[in-house]
Design a protein around this ligand. Structure first.
Ligand code: ADP
Length: 249
């Protein structure tokens, strides 16, 4: 459930790549405690917007705030210190390490992000109980000591979620959490994201409308870098412009 506070806000956010406006004057408001989906056809600017929100790409113009603090142009590490963490779509796991070892590294801020994320005090000195808790949360406790190379695809994606959770972010950005999954893994992931979203703000990108409808309380539709529609799922789903944009894909 959301309260009145705004977790993330962009104002006229724009990113131009060699004359091409990948993100074009985007005004986005993500409320604290909300689960907010970003959808849109390929090339709509979703990944670029994620990269802007986490400092991996700096904007051409416009502004970004995290809990009303200006983070425009800040580096990923600085944005992360404000409590914003993301998952990556491309898997970043080490095949020869176990799930437990990955979570231990994440608790020490040593995963692929390569820098220390903001972490709440309770995580400092990450302990075994916390590792077990994270592995249990994502359903990997029974496989904790198995090499990641031996895990199924859905299990690897679940581990990636555990690594983001290890950072205990206030705002969690998930890049296509169900991409490439079969229906069973999709449903498992919906349940998992629902659980980990409790008490946090979540922004996610997903192409699967069943996932979007199951999880999101608000949906922003991007098309050609601009916001095409924004609102509750039921409303956006029935928007003529959205239907046209998707049929035209
Ligand atoms: P989506 O994630 O919605 O598929 P992207 O944000 O990946 O969209 O891409 C939006 C547009 O910006 C695409 O046309 C893409 O080719 C372009 N783009 C993204 N990153 C770069 C870059 N680093 N350099 C040039 N063009 C880019």
């Amino acid at each position: 459930t959301t309260n009145g506070r705004v977790a993330l806000r962009t104002q006229a956010l724009t990113k131009v790549f060699r004359g091409f406006r990948a993100v074009d004057s985007v005004d986005l408001v993500v409320r604290e405690g909300g689960v907010h989906a970003l959808v849109g056809p390929n090339g709509a600017g979703k990944t670029t917007l994620f990269n802007l929100l986490t400092g991996f790409v700096s904007p051409t113009s416009g502004a970004i705030t995290v809990f009303d603090e200006d983070v425009t142009g800040q580096q990923p590490e600085q944005v992360a210190r404000r409590g914003v963490a993301r998952s990556f779509q491309i898997t970043s796991l080490f095949e020869t390490l176990t799930s437990r070892e990955h979570v231990e590294l994440a608790l020490q801020g040593l995963t692929r992000q390569g820098f220390r994320f903001w972490r709440s005090e309770k995580l400092l000195g990450g302990n075994r109980a916390r590792v077990d808790e994270l592995l249990t949360q994502v359903g990997l406790m029974a496989l904790a000591d198995r090499q990641v190379g031996l895990l199924a695809y859905g299990q690897k994606r679940a581990l990636e979620l555990a690594l983001v959770l290890a950072l205990d972010p206030r705002v969690m950005l998930l890049d296509e959490p169900t991409a490439g999954m079969g229906i069973e893994d999709v449903d498992r992931t919906i349940e998992l994201v629902r659980r980990i979203a409790a008490g946090r703000t979540v922004v996610f990108v997903d192409h699967n409308m069943h996932v979007v409808g199951s999880l999101a309380d608000r949906v922003t539709v991007l098309q050609q870098g601009r916001i095409l529609a924004e609102g509750p799922y039921e409303e956006v789903r029935n928007d003529e412009r959205v239907i046209t944009a998707y049929l035209g894909e």
